[in-house]
Design a protein around this ligand. Sequence first.
Ligand SMILES: [Zn+2]
Length: 103
Amino acid sequence: MTHRLKHRIKKIILVKNLSDPDIKGRKLCGFLVDNEICIDSGMCRKEKIKTLIHELAHSIWDDAKEMDVWKIEGLLYQAFSKAQKDILWRHIKTARMGKIPRK
Ligand SMILES: [Zn+2]
């Protein structure tokens, strides 16, 4: 994460069986709340990295439509080098397990 993103995103939280706090029973891969990104802990490395990119995109382009964020996620995942993905992975790997923060 760049210096700038560190100011934008305070932390990453790995959540077991992540689901939408507003819609009962709706499973989620990721969730952005305030400046914290929740990622479902049960996914593989690739899915976690894609989810982090997805939630970062929501944070940066906060008025973007969901469909456009999916496109950004795909484009960035393809564009990032292995070294860049390793940096994102390091942030996920060192994240703590926890619960979705209450608003
Ligand atoms: Zn989204």
